[in-house]
Design a protein around this ligand. Structure first.
Ligand code: SF4
Length: 470
């Protein structure tokens, strides 16, 4: 994976940071008392960096600068009530923005327990408001501008989801205008300079709004000559998708005819996904996420790696039919007959070369399928942190922002509540719980504010190793 590596951050600090300071100096009308204070604080940081030659600038951003710059967050509404250490903690770890909480796909392996979004009421929300998303991205931009550097040091890209599918990610503003995924991703990239992941396990063909949205997203991405904001466009092709999983259950009950009917419908659904996404092939940003049970696992009938390869073959049979129909009718995607073979070959190349992940996170939902003695279950258990302090010290712990401003941390194996809450207009509203494996003890304010006492060289060595491995 391509990541923003430490060098990128080095240059952000060394060049961008002090250029920003100079910019303030050279713009007389901006030299308010507040600005002068800011310049002094940035200069203070500059002196610190010089005195500590060779210091990892990421350590500097995470630990020293927040305290030195306390107060510069004043007036940024989304961070109201948080000190600079807490803000830095959020921005440094921000990884998932749960714009929509809930998913229509209901996959059997979903580690985040994605299930249908609940109907919104006056005190319950499932989707982030436009005002809150805009306040968040504007606030991050403003704080980075005031700091003169990018505060996010987590090496991973950002996701605009936690337990939802990107085909359903959009925000409707107060005037009814829809702000789609591409617009939201560009805003986040602009604010954080982190690439954004698009990921889909598909949508249902009869969901006309989702189909239109996806055609629009694919058009915007495939026709853009500036895809800097897009980390990759991932399609999840696995046997756990709700329709296929249902068919596997029916086969166990001896209802073979009904199962075959559903398997066929599922293949048609995914063929439509691949057909719609075809223009993304040329961007070089398309990839597959492939997960299945090991062929040796108990209960793996219909869900194994071997079964998955057969599922893909059915996708491609149906995709070929869609391509041929299109060539002889609308030519929306297939303009020349030879494109059919070329696109199918490109897809197969991407998919078959990928390798199948047989070590998923066996969280609550998947644990109902796996035998308790399966190696995948043991692997998940080994990776549980089971400690808020261990989680917070680790470079493998990532932040989730909820539509009501709550900030959670997850290792993807277990999750932790934090006391941090962004100042969102929907801050008072309730929301679906966060998974996987919410640990009973939260990360505390003290732990966050005492970060620099235990984030030492070891952390950043781990961090650098993490960056180099990805
Ligand atoms: S599409 Fe993703 S978020 Fe939705 S249920 Fe499936 S795995 Fe979970």
């Amino acid at each position: 994976m391509r990541v923003q590596n430490t060098n990128t951050y080095n240059s952000h600090i060394n060049q961008y940071s002090f250029k920003s300071c100079i910019k303030y100096r050279q713009t007389p009308e901006k030299l308010s008392k507040k600005t002068l204070q800011l310049i002094n604080k940035v200069q203070e940081c500059n002196v610190y960096l010089k005195e500590h030659e060779g210091i990892n600038p990421i350590y500097f951003v995470a630990c020293y600068m927040p305290k030195a710059l306390e107060g510069i967050q004043k007036g940024i509404s989304v961070f109201k009530g948080l000190n600079m250490t807490e803000i830095s903690f959020v921005l440094a770890h921000i990884n998932e923005i749960g714009i929509l909480r809930g998913c229509f796909n209901n996959c059997a392996h979903c580690y985040a327990e994605g299930s249908y979004p609940k109907r919104e009421t006056t005190d319950y929300i499932s989707r982030m408001s436009w005002k809150d998303y805009k306040d968040l991205t504007d606030g991050i931009k403003e704080i980075n501008d005031r700091l003169g550097c990018i505060t996010r040091y987590t090496p991973t890209p950002i996701m605009l989801f936690h337990d939802s599918d990107c085909s359903q990610v959009y925000i409707k503003d107060g005037r009814g205008k829809i702000h789609g995924w591409t617009e939201l991703a560009k805003m986040m990239y602009d604010a954080t300079k982190a690439d954004v992941i698009f990921s889909t396990a598909g949508w249902y063909k009869n969901d006309k709004a989702a189909q239109q949205r996806m055609e629009q997203y694919v058009k915007e991405m495939s026709e853009s000559d500036n895809l800097d904001y897009l980390y990759h466009f991932a399609i999840s092709a696995n046997p756990y998708q709700a329709m296929h999983y249902k068919a596997v259950q029916l086969i166990k009950e001896g209802k073979t005819d009904k199962a075959q009917f559903i398997i066929q419908k599922d293949a048609e659904r995914m063929a439509n996904v691949l057909f719609t996404v075809t223009p993304m092939l040329k961007t070089g940003k398309l990839k597959f996420i492939t997960r299945a049970m090991s062929n040796e696992s108990k209960n793996s009938a219909g869900l194994s790696a071997d079964a998955l390869v057969k599922i893909w073959e059915r996708y491609f049979e149906e995709l070929k039919k869609l391509y041929e129909n299109d060539y002889y009718s609308e030519q929306k995607v297939i303009k020349r007959y030879e494109d059919i073979g070329q696109y199918l070959a490109q897809y197969k190349d991407l998919l078959y070369k990928k390798g199948i992940d047989i070590e998923p996170v066996v969280a609550e939902r998947l644990s109902k399928i796996y035998d308790k003695d399966d190696p995948a279950v043991a692997f998940t258990k080994e990776n549980l942190f089971n400690s808020p302090l261990k989680a917070i010290k680790s470079p493998y712990c990532y932040g989730i922002i909820n539509p009501n401003g709550e900030f959670y941390m997850t290792t993807y194996y277990d999750s932790y509540k934090t006391p941090i809450k962004l100042n969102f207009e929907n801050a008072h509203k309730k929301i679906a719980p966060i998974s996987p494996n919410m640990y009973p003890e939260p990360i505390t304010k003290e732990m966050i504010n005492d970060l620099d006492s235990y984030l030492g060289t070891a952390y950043f060595k781990d961090y650098d190793d993490n960056v180099n491995q990805i």
